[in-house]
Design a binder for this molecule. Structure first.
Ligand SMILES: [Zn+2]
Length: 447
């Protein structure tokens, strides 16, 4: 065989065939290889024994990976069909080893190329690069992620498990058919290794059992290595962590506390907005309207001059909003404390302000804080920020918007593991997947 044929066959991951001639269409960046299966290497598709008599050569079109400038590479293969003794002299096709077992008119190398692009790009972008359909890209990606998941083994790997966190993300809302029907909201719980900022595992739902399922990827000894575990104020999760990770200090995550105090503030805003409506107070109605609430939540420096003036006037005339915003502001200061002693001292002050302010939503929040104080102290001690899971949650939101439409939770969860975790070729070596198993080197099989 000529050297260049050999090189082309190897780089496209082809074997057991001979190139008879080839043609290119440079305008379309297309390359077509006309090839024939090697007669002496042909084996039965079913029993892998050699084929004795040639019945016919059947033309088969197979897409291969791009080659150099040629974005679209086709193999027009003459596939041998002949009699197989073992199969009772029946006519069998001979085996083509380099086509993907699941995507039969594509080569292994094309599927691996597609999968790697799908780790970084949207369906549409990678489909355009490879000149395939988006749906095909989606299918290849899903299939490949499922295969890779078999090699995702944390138990064997040396992971830094000192600090972990768990949080749920919104998966989808199934709207009731009638307006009286309740909408069903579905969640996915993610287990995050905070030190490396990666999602290790995920499970449907946000019950204790969901987190328990997430933790199953770690061995019992690994669970004992966890020193800090960041959670939100979710009793079911707290219970599971206390039970499963005996050495872990639970930290209520700052992000959720901040979110909590903002929600409480919004309740006060709603009450005042309703009052303003009842009193027909135009100014208050305007600044307290739901679409204007950014004025209240934004930090001063992010506001326009006009909005800032409005905010000042509002705080001047509405005592409750003023008190509420002081409580929010001061609460952030409480969370800024670097040691437990100072934290306790300032939290007691905050409780007092809350009592004096006499705002019901804040009094309720004060009770919540009392209940979880022990775990909030965990945050003060560890400083375990949730910037990580907050960042990951944003990334996941982007994934959701990328327009695949995750019709089943499994594909959504796999995609999270691929983009925000270790289910990708950076961590799992799939180099050998460019070639059919027969051409792979033993050393490059994934760990
Ligand atoms: Zn056979």
């Amino acid at each position: 065989m000529e050297l260049h044929d050999d090189l082309i066959l190897k780089s496209l991951g082809l074997q057991g065939i001979k190139i008879e001639y080839w043609a290119t269409c440079d305008e379309e960046l297309k390359l077509v290889l006309y090839a024939r299966q090697n007669r002496n290497e042909a084996v039965c598709n079913v029993c892998a024994n050699s084929i004795t008599h040639v019945h016919e050569w059947k033309l088969r079109k197979i897409r291969a990976a791009p080659l150099g400038a040629y974005e679209e590479v086709w193999i027009y293969l003459k596939q041998l069909r002949g009699n197989c003794h073992i199969c009772g002299d029946r006519v069998r096709s001979s085996k083509v080893a380099f086509t993907h077992p699941h995507f039969k008119n594509m080569t292994y190398s094309l599927c691996e190329k597609a999968g790697r692009l799908m780790e970084e790009l949207t369906c549409e972008a990678s489909a355009r690069i490879l000149r395939l359909k988006s749906k095909t890209m989606w299918d290849i990606d899903q299939y490949r992620m499922k295969q890779m998941k078999k090699h995702l083994n944390y138990a064997e790997r040396d992971l830094d498990l000192e600090s972990m966190s768990a949080d749920e993300v919104h998966y989808r809302t199934i709207f009731g058919k009638k307006s009286s029907d309740k909408n069903k909201v579905q969640f996915v719980t993610n287990l995050v290794c905070t030190n490396i900022s990666k999602v290790l595992s995920n499970a449907m739902g946000r019950k204790g059992s969901s987190l328990l399922n997430c933790l199953k990827v770690l061995r019992p000894e690994q669970l004992l290595k966890i020193k800090y575990f960041a959670l939100d104020m979710h009793d079911a999760f707290i219970k599971v962590v206390e039970h499963a990770c005996k050495n872990a200090k639970i930290c209520i995550d700052r992000f959720h506390l901040a979110q909590g105090v903002n929600d409480v503030f919004d309740e006060v805003r709603k009450i005042e907005f309703k009052l303003a409506k009842d009193n027909e107070d135009k100014f208050l109605m305007e600044v307290l309207a739901p679409h204007r609430k950014y004025i209240l939540v934004e930090r001063e420096k992010n506001l326009s001059k006009k909005d800032y003036t409005k905010l000042e006037r509002l705080l001047d005339i509405n005592k409750n909003i003023f008190r509420a915003s002081v409580l929010v502001e001061y609460f952030h200061k409480v969370l800024d404390k670097k040691n437990v002693k100072e934290f306790r001292k300032s939290l007691i002050l905050w409780y007092r302000f809350a009592r004096e302010a006499k705002l019901k939503p804040f009094l309720k929040f004060a009770n919540t804080l009392r209940k979880y104080r022990h775990y909030i102290e965990g945050y003060i001690m560890s400083g375990l920020t949730t910037a990580v899971s907050e960042g990951l949650n944003n990334k996941i939101k982007v994934l959701k918007r990328m327009g695949y439409g995750y019709t089943n939770p499994v594909s959504f969860m796999l995609k999270i593991l691929q983009r925000c975790g270790l289910l990708n070729s950076k961590y799992i070596d799939t180099s050998s997947w460019y070639w059919p198993p027969e051409m792979r080197l033993a050393s490059t099989t994934p760990f």
